[in-house]
Design a binder for this molecule. Structure first.
Ligand code: PHE
Ligand code: CO
Length: 296
């Protein structure tokens, strides 16, 4: 994560607090901004049934997440808090790691205050309110996932002391952001980065390009990831309870001592020891790289 300070945000957000939260200024969203939310919501609403874990759809429903426009965090948080104790707080953009973990550890999910422009419907570098709220918040209504996220925040504060944040961040990436789950009905998406993206909601499940590999904690923590394109490998859990048992119920201190001595894996690697569910062709990634090398 790029280093950020309060001063980076002072100009645009004079009310920014020491914990990086700001007022959502819900009254100030324009009709166009609400329209962007509505369009993104409608696209995903059509796509997700049969693709996303039912726990996610249950979350959308119990929270009555607004379709018509950007939700007001006060209303949303009051409802979410009654279910699992979580609240959603607005931040201007990226926040320092310790601040992020501190919020999670206290059951506060930080969400970007801004929404993408109509020109950025399909691609966006920084998480906006649609990714953060539509992508992440529904699963916070699930008790097991809600506990996982709090434990992750506490684990992050601990990892800071071990200097192993980069390893722990991979766990977040390959579960919370880009996780797949194998359920009795079939393979489903649950990671927020997938769920909030039209293209990746299809790619992650249906495309022959990426690998789909059974989740293994050490394997994941040794694997680099790309932030600028669809994933080359997705890691698959069988249940949220499995994820919980592999992480929350485990002391990472011995792992943190061992990790720096171990080699790292690249995003496309498939290992002898992997339980491979689908071996990807990597055709998408290869074509994309070839295109990037073409002279303009
Ligand atoms: N169990 C981890 C530790 O001992 C904390 C953690 C929990 C990390 C959940 C990630 C997810 O540090
Ligand atoms: Co996210």
């Amino acid at each position: 994560m790029t280093p950020v300070t309060i001063d980076d945000y002072k100009d645009k957000y004079p009310d920014v607090k020491a914990d990086f939260t700001v007022d959502q200024r819900w009254d100030q969203y324009t009709d166009e901004e609400h329209g962007v939310w509505r369009t993104l919501y409608e696209r995903q609403e059509k796509l997700l049934p049969g693709r996303v874990a039912p726990e996610f759809l249950e979350g959308l429903e119990v929270l009555k997440l607004e379709k018509s426009g950007i939700p007001d965090f006060r209303r949303l948080s009051d409802d979410l808090e009654k279910l699992t104790g979580w609240r959603v707080v607005a931040v201007p953009g990226l926040v320092p790691e310790d601040v992020f973990f501190e919020h999670l550890a206290n059951r506060r999910f930080v969400a970007g205050q801004f929404i993408r422009t109509p020109q950025q419907m399909d691609y966006l570098q920084e998480p906006d309110i649609f990714h953060d709220v539509f992508g992440h918040v529904p699963l916070l209504a699930n008790p097991v996932f809600a506990d996982y996220m709090e434990a992750y925040g506490k684990g992050g504060l601990r990892a800071l002391k071990f200097n192993t944040i980069d390893h722990l961040a991979r766990l977040y990436w390959y579960t919370v952001e880009f996780g797949l789950i194998r359920q009795p009905e079939g393979m489903r998406i649950y990671g927020a980065g997938i769920v909030s993206s039209k293209g990746e909601s299809i790619f992650a499940l249906d495309d022959p390009s990426p690998n789909r590999i059974k989740f293994d904690l050490m394997r994941v923590m040794r694997t680099n990831y790309r932030i600028d394109d669809y994933q080359q490998t997705y890691f698959v859990i069988d249940s949220f309870d499995e994820l919980f048992e592999a992480t929350v119920d485990r002391d990472f201190a011995p792992i943190y001592r061992e990790l720096p001595t171990l080699s790292e894996f690249q995003p496309e690697d498939v290992l002898e020891t992997d339980e491979v569910i689908t071996r990807g062709t990597q055709a998408y990634a290869r074509a994309k790289r070839a295109k990037e090398r073409e002279p303009a």
